[in-house]
Design a binder for this molecule. Structure first.
Ligand SMILES: NC(=O)C1=CN([C@@H]2O[C@H](COP(=O)(O)OP(=O)(O)OC[C@H]3O[C@@H](n4cnc5c(N)ncnc54)[C@H](O)[C@@H]3O)[C@@H](O)[C@H]2O)[C@H](O)CC1
Ligand code: K
Length: 313
């Protein structure tokens, strides 16, 4: 499996092989998130944390899969460069699916430059977003040095001690970590609302940069057109390890923007040798399948060694 472009399923198989030989999912997520932070910095060359650390704010939309986990890591790496981020986790943190994503979510609370909101409903999404949109960084309450993830009192713009609102700081970059390669079907509810919000904000503010992690959320990994066109339209997309087949489609040309491929430290042997990852690529038979349901095999054999071909039948 050493071709230049790979599918989402093949990427999962490589991930599994990498894990089997000692490259943990946590390490891969760390490298992926670091790559996203790097891409954000390249996207917005106006960030100048040394001269003016308050000049820019990045808004992350995160879902409950590892795509959201990459977003958490990226926010932490941006904080390392003195750049403030706001993270909108769509739904409750108890729904975060994987251990590596949970670990990185918890780490967000250890950094004062990151503010986290666990968004519970569509109305809360627009209220919280508008508290930033119209008044700069008004949604951030930093008096107690902690991040508010409790679902209370987050849109009033009061109790600021740092004057962030008066500088009218807005989001200069939105990072889309809602859905990655684990997405299927169609976006609904809060996720769908978030996708529409990102799209309408981009339309209203052409200067705003939108960066998608791995794939624009809502775009099918088959490369097919999104249902009802409900996918993020990004200025750029950061994908990992290798170019993905779905990012070379006509749909991607419409939604993904410029595509950057970042290495994330997958060891060569994870792809060179077949491992347990390949098992996931095998055709899955139905538990009630009968003879012939899963296809037919033509055995061409003969000569003195007829036992094996005979048994194959
Ligand atoms: N080697 C790599 O490429 C690495 C990739 N990483 C990142 O991981 C994601 C894939 O993560 P995964 O958890 O498998 O999938 P998602 O983040 O897309 O999570 C989807 C989440 O949502 C559920 N879901 C699916 N469809 C729907 C739907 N229509 N509505 C609601 N919910 C839905 C699904 O059940 C999942 O729970 C990859 O894209 C990269 O960003 C690693 O971090 C590093 C290695
Ligand atoms: K995404």
């Amino acid at each position: 499996m050493r071709q230049k472009t790979i599918t989402a399923d093949e990427m999962k198989a490589v991930d599994k092989n990498a894990s089997d030989i000692g490259m943990t999912p946590l390490q891969l997520m760390e490298n992926a998130g670091h790559a996203v932070a790097d891409a954000v910095l390249k996207l917005n060359l106006e960030f100048n944390p040394e001269l003016n650390p308050e000049s820019s704010l990045v808004l992350f939309f995160a879902g409950h899969g590892n795509n959201g986990g990459d977003a958490f890591v990226a926010a932490r790496h941006l904080a390392d460069k003195n750049i403030r981020s706001v993270v909108f986790l769509l739904g409750n943190s108890c729904r975060i699916k994987t251990e590596e994503s949970q670990i990185n979510f918890r780490l967000l609370k250890q950094t004062s430059l990151i503010t986290v909101f666990e968004i519970q409903s569509e109305s809360e999404l627009s209220e919280t977003f508008n508290s930033f949109d119209s008044n700069g960084a008004d949604g951030i309450d930093k008096t107690d040095g902690t991040n508010r993830t409790d679902g209370t009192n987050r849109t009033d713009g009061t109790n600021r001690t740092d004057g962030a609102g008066s500088s009218n700081v807005g989001f200069s970059v939105i990072v889309d970590g809602i859905f990655g390669t684990g997405f299927s079907g169609e976006p609904k509810g809060l996720e769908k609302a978030a996708i529409h919000l990102i799209r309408s904000e981009k339309q209203a503010r052409p200067d705003l940069k939108v960066l998608s992690i791995d794939i624009p959320s809502g775009m099918p990994v088959t490369g097919a057109a999104p249902i009802d066109g409900a996918a993020v339209i990004a200025d750029s997309t950061v994908t990992f390890h290798k170019m993905k087949t779905f990012l070379e489609t006509e749909t991607a040309a419409e939604f993904a923007g410029e595509v950057f491929v970042y290495p994330i430290g997958i060891p060569e042997n994870a792809e060179k040798y077949v491992g347990t990852g390949e098992l996931s690529l095998l055709y899955k038979r139905k538990s009630d399948s009968k003879k012939g349901d899963s296809g037919r095999v033509l055995v061409i054999a003969g000569g003195p060694y007829s036992g094996a071909p005979g048994l194959a039948g």
